[in-house]
Design a protein around this ligand. Structure first.
Ligand SMILES: [Zn+2]
Length: 316
């Protein structure tokens, strides 16, 4: 399973352009609103053993004292139950939120994503991505004037009539790749590395952002060479994962090593090694105590790429 994919939601791309239609959705009894603050989502979680976190949504009627204009909320879409919105309360005062927050808490989805139901995780990820984009595009990049929210938060328009530039939500492509060594002298091995920013012992696949004027295959080859000094070829697409943390899509690849000597980029990579599939069985889980290497989190495409490779190579 790849997390944050296959969101079952009618995004109503045409209808959401109509402000009156959006207001009608907001006032429907079934309207539910996810609340976010500083990119953290409102969640219910006792932390008792066996208890899993649950996304909290409030009825729009419960928010009437806080939100006088539905245009302040971001429209996510319609599901079987009804309309779904997201509301960013980052700029609200603590005392205004007290009654809403109640016994819930704001938690970053990145800390709990894989503990949630798959649809809830995808809904919260979508909300997080759109809230982030709206909050960080309040001014026009062309002329510096304030931008105004349109289409339920899926478009921002420059308020300067001489500019009137339209700004749409961005998605930044990043590649992530499992490099394998199938040279005849060795059993198949894969290259995993620990980024200097990762928790200690966490080993993962390499990844990096696509540069301007670069094909995805070229990005894969450049990143692997820059970070680990390995030349690769045979770059093949595997799968993708929306990754709105804050605004990426991860494009997963497998690549074949053409050279084997690892030379790490010390600025970015703390360590990198070749591993056979059996060795990966000894790895712990992300967050485990102990001295063993551990695998990336279960909600990451890195984990999917590694698990798929292990499954293929343990069968031999
Ligand atoms: Zn402008």
């Amino acid at each position: 399973m790849i997390y944050y994919r296959e969101l079952i939601l009618d995004r109503a791309s045409e209808s959401r352009k109509d402000r009156k239609w959006l207001e009608q959705q907001w006032t429907r009894q079934q309207c539910r609103v996810f609340i976010l603050r500083n990119e953290k989502s409102l969640v219910r979680w006792s932390r008792r053993p066996g208890d899993m976190p649950q996304a909290v949504h409030l009825r729009s009627a419960e928010l009437s004292l806080l939100v006088d204009d539905p245009a302040r909320a971001i429209f996510l879409g319609l599901d079987d139950t009804g309309p779904l919105f997201a509301l960013d309360v980052t700029r609200f005062r603590d005392e205004d939120l007290e009654t809403l927050v109640d016994d819930h808490e704001f938690i970053d989805l990145r800390e709990i994503g894989w503990l949630l139901d798959g649809q809830q995780a995808a809904q919260l990820a979508y909300a997080r991505g759109l809230v982030f984009w709206n909050r960080h595009h309040r001014f026009c990049g062309s002329c510096g004037s304030p931008t105004e929210r349109r289409n339920g938060g899926h478009l921002r328009r420059c308020s300067n009539p001489d500019c009137a530039r339209l700004h749409f939500p961005r998605t930044d492509p990043a590649v992530i790749m499992l490099v394998e060594d199938r040279s005849e002298v060795a059993r198949p091995r894969c290259l995993l590395a620990r980024n200097a920013r990762f928790p200690s012992r966490m080993m993962s696949t390499l990844a990096g952002f696509v540069d301007p004027l670069e094909s995805l295959e070229e990005t894969v080859a450049r990143e692997v060479f820059e970070e680990c000094g390995i030349r690769v070829g045979g770059v093949e697409y595997q799968a993708s994962q929306p990754w709105p943390f804050p605004s990426s899509i991860m494009l997963g690849f497998r690549a074949q090593a053409l050279t084997r000597d690892i030379v790490i980029d010390n600025d970015e990579i703390a360590e990198a090694h070749w591993f056979e599939a059996e060795q990966l069985l000894e790895f712990g889980e992300w967050g485990d105590d102990g001295d063993n290497f551990c695998l990336p989190r279960r909600d990451s495409i890195a984990r999917y790429l590694i698990s798929s490779w292990m499954a293929e190579n343990l069968e031999r």
